[in-house]
Design a protein around this ligand. Structure first.
Ligand code: HEM
Ligand code: HEM
Length: 151
């Protein structure tokens, strides 16, 4: 999307996809958190030490924080910069942030840094999931599936 030399139509298509699906990600994550609030996760398998538990909780919380912050920052970057978000505009939803180049620039920088952090966190998260699923086989991996929390 942001690569130099990409044909204009391809970049535009990717921008439109990124912006509009990005806003949907926010709604899906909020719905997920609401569900999670009323449906707590099953207990972790015994054998997981307190430090590991702490690291896993902190990293999941950070994943949620970034999955909420990224769409808000992207939205702010685009709307404060005076650009469209096509389907929100088509529904007549007004910009929720003021038009400001300074705000757009700050949001752009934070969106860029947040993207790097999220990528690093996802890599660590998937690595940990695979470690549990393939090497330790301690039941943590199965917790992703319906009602199969290991005890
Ligand atoms: C979970 C949601 C999102 C994630 C993970 C995400 C991630 C990213 C990443 C990794 C980049 C590349 C940064 C770079 O190399 O410059 C980027 C760029 C961009 N994103 Fe997002 N994004 C999300 C949501 C959004 C939303 C909702 C919008 C706007 C409505 C948006 C607008 C943009 C724009 C305009 C760029 C181009 C860079 C710029 O000019 O600011 N993003 N995003
Ligand atoms: C190959 C891909 C992935 C695998 C195998 C995987 C695996 C898992 C597993 C096993 C858990 C449960 C851990 C536990 O209960 O302690 C989990 C939780 C979680 N994963 Fe992933 N994950 C993957 C990708 C992702 C990605 C890409 C994201 C974010 C963009 C993500 C976000 C989360 C979050 C937020 C939780 C905590 C859920 C909660 O307790 O509410 N995962 N994942």
């Amino acid at each position: 999307m942001v690569q130099e030399g990409l044909p204009r139509e391809t970049a535009n298509m990717l921008f439109i996809f990124h912006k509009n699906v990005g806003v949907l990600v926010l709604l899906v994550v909020l719905a997920r958190l609401a569900y999670r609030f009323f449906n707590p996760a099953p207990p972790l398998p015994a054998g997981i030490n307190p430090l590991q538990k702490r690291i896993s909780h902190v990293s999941h919380a950070l994943l949620y924080v970034l999955l909420i912050a990224m769409p808000i920052l992207g939205y702010t970057r685009v709307k404060a910069g005076g650009f469209p978000i096509e389907y929100l505009d088509a529904m007549g939803i007004p910009a929720l942030v003021p038009r400001s180049e300074a705000l757009a620039d700050a949001a752009q920088t934070a969106h860029f840094v947040g993207g790097l952090l999220l990528a690093a966190l996802i890599a660590a998260h998937v690595g940990a999931a695979l470690l549990h699923g393939i090497i330790l086989r301690d039941g943590v991996f199965r917790r992703m599936w319906f009602g199969t929390g290991a005890h």
